[in-house]
Design a protein around this ligand. Structure first.
Ligand SMILES: NC(=O)c1ccc[n+]([C@@H]2O[C@H](COP(=O)([O-])OP(=O)(O)OC[C@H]3O[C@@H](n4cnc5c(N)ncnc54)[C@H](O)[C@@H]3O)[C@@H](O)[C@H]2O)c1
Ligand SMILES: [Fe+2]
Length: 375
């Protein structure tokens, strides 16, 4: 028995930013975005079409940290006329921050208790959201969760609430053409990771699988072309489509072991999210070579070869984009690597993984490789 649900109304295509004012539909809105020139230009265009926002939060930093989110949330508390809708114009950090503001509605203490202890779930009634992603990566435009980082505490939290599915998502590839190469690679690999993570997942189902296959094939076919042709709108469109489809895939499964493994790597070693959650994918494919079901069906549809060869192909793909697949490259030594893998299985996301710890450790390196017995 399985089920699939995703309520987000998606408007996709080059130029679709022009439809943002229509979906705001005269409601009082707060705008969450970055502060640089390109985004200020988009904000003033929106203001002409939809009127002035009641509040602009434009000091969003990559990987939203809980301390800054608290300060930013307080700005909503002072508003005489609160927003009726939150517009998130930016990458995953903007959309996830907007989800925190929507859920908190100016009350960070309640938000904090919900985030850390799942307390007060019944009182969380988020403002509606419109997500306008400017990266092709996180899929946050079609999920009901967001990642909140606590750098001081060395942990990350996951905000999740069914009311946090955006009401609308406007996915306009033209907004993505200015993304530099590194960001394009990082975010594209995040999307690839979301699609594969939804396959080796306890909640995988035929709909999530169909989205995952289309998404992964899209990233594998497009990203190597796009990195040499960054301003190509057609290729940007294919990546944006793949990232949103990956979002549809993992919106019903959540992520799994690669993401669980990635969080301490980002926190301790400063590795960007999209790299931290993808350099381990070939290793994970090797470890699930014996799993059947949707995982096998999906991997075969994507790679069209046996799992071992698929892993080799993916390794070549990543290395070709300049992404190292050896953990030592990221400053992780053998002992830490094996600890991180063990830890990853205990994490909330790690428990979604269908694979086995011994199988992963057996292919992980760092002393765990199965050596041929010497006669
Ligand atoms: N909610 C989810 O389901 C989910 C899934 C994966 C990752 N995440 C989170 O999302 C965050 C990462 O988001 P991201 O990878 O989209 O990047 P981001 O939002 O952190 O942005 C990274 C940088 O890219 C720049 N940028 C964004 N769009 C641009 C554009 N069009 N042109 C030029 N520069 C641009 C920003 O100014 C910023 O400096 C992390 O916190 C990660 O944990 C969330
Ligand atoms: Fe991710």
């Amino acid at each position: 028995m399985w089920s699939y649900r995703n309520p987000v109304d998606v408007r996709f295509g080059p130029g679709s930013f022009a439809r943002l004012a229509d979906v705001i539909a005269g409601r009082r809105y707060a705008l969450v975005t970055y502060g640089d020139t390109f985004f200020r230009g988009l904000a003033s265009r929106l203001e002409k079409e939809a009127g002035a926002p009641v509040l602009v939060i434009d000091d969003i930093a990559p990987n939203p940290d809980i301390a800054l989110l608290e300060v930013q949330t307080a700005r909503f508390a002072g508003l005489v006329r609160p927003p009726e809708i939150i517009v998130a114009l930016g990458g995953g950090s903007v959309i996830d921050s907007a989800k925190v503001f929507a859920a908190a509605r100016g009350d960070f203490a309640a938000m904090d208790a919900y985030l850390k202890k799942r307390a007060g779930a019944e009182t969380i009634a988020p403002w509606p959201l419109v997500a306008v992603p400017t990266t092709a990566g996180t899929g946050s435009e079609v999920t009901c969760w967001g990642t909140v980082w606590d750098n001081a505490g060395g942990v990350k939290f996951s905000l999740a609430h069914p009311g946090l599915y955006p009401e609308y998502s406007i996915v306009d590839p033209e907004l993505m053409i200015g993304k530099p190469r590194d960001l394009t690679v990082q975010t594209g690999l995040d999307a690839l990771s979301h699609s594969l993570e939804s396959l080796w997942n306890r909640s995988a189902n035929p709909v999530s699988m169909a989205h995952a296959i289309a998404a992964a094939r899209g990233v594998l076919a497009t990203l190597p072309l796009l990195v040499n042709d960054l301003r190509n709108v057609e290729l940007r469109g294919r990546m944006a489509r793949a990232a949103t489809l990956a979002g549809f895939a993992f919106s019903n499964t959540k992520t799994a072991i690669a993401h669980s493994l990635s969080y301490p790597i980002t926190l301790r070693h400063g590795v960007p999210h999209g790299i931290a959650c993808s350099f381990s994918l070939p290793m994970i494919i090797r470890s699930v070579a014996r799993e059947g079901g949707i995982c096998l069906e999906g991997l075969q549809a994507i790679f069209d070869v046996e799992a071992q060869e698929a892993a080799d192909q993916l390794e070549t793909f990543l290395n070709g984009l300049g992404v190292a697949t050896d953990y030592r490259h990221y400053g992780i030594d053998d002992a830490e690597w094996r600890d991180l893998i063990a830890l990853a299985f205990d994490g909330e996301r790690g428990q979604n993984f269908i694979g086995r710890k011994d199988a992963l450790l057996a292919v992980a390196g760092g002393g765990g490789r199965k050596h041929m017995a010497v006669a």
